[in-house]
Design a protein around this ligand. Structure first.
Ligand code: FES
Length: 133
């Protein structure tokens, strides 16, 4: 297997075939939320932080569209190219650089170590209610 030739510190994260067509795969990190890899119908790989800009839904469990992913929680569409919510919704999630070479998917090691590491997962649970008394 050859390694990518560009100057970024590329890190092999999985085989291209490990990401299903029109599907996704999560890549765990030492710090921060996982990264979601998406494979489009035309075999492009995109990577976003696995956190919807709306309320933190797991984008890796969404439906992959031609150029976006529909969040499984409230169906916002997040564009794969720039991580932005499609209008009229607003907000964005971090985008990670990707490279595919020799059937292997690579992510930038520096971005994996730093991008979006301050963002946390939403806390699930029942809504808080005021006590009757
Ligand atoms: S959390 Fe993704 S649309 Fe609401």
């Amino acid at each position: 297997m050859s390694t990518p030739t560009l100057t970024r510190p590329w890190l092999a994260v999985c085989a291209l075939d490990d990401v299903p067509l029109l599907g996704s795969r999560r890549v765990a990190r030492e710090r921060g939320l996982p990264v979601a890899l998406f494979r489009t119908a035309n075999d492009q790989i995109h990577a976003l932080l696995d956190r919807c800009p709306h309320k933190g839904g797991p984008l890796s469990q969404g439906i992959v569209l031609a150029d976006g992913v529909a969040c499984p929680l409230h169906n916002w569409t997040i564009q794969l190219s720039d991580g932005c919510a499609r209008s009229p919704d607003v907000g964005s999630t971090p985008v990670f650089a990707t490279r595919v070479e020799g059937g292997q998917v690579y992510l930038d090691a520096d971005e994996l170590a730093s991008l979006g590491t301050d963002l946390t997962a939403p806390v699930a649970g029942p809504p808080c209610r005021a006590r009757d008394s």
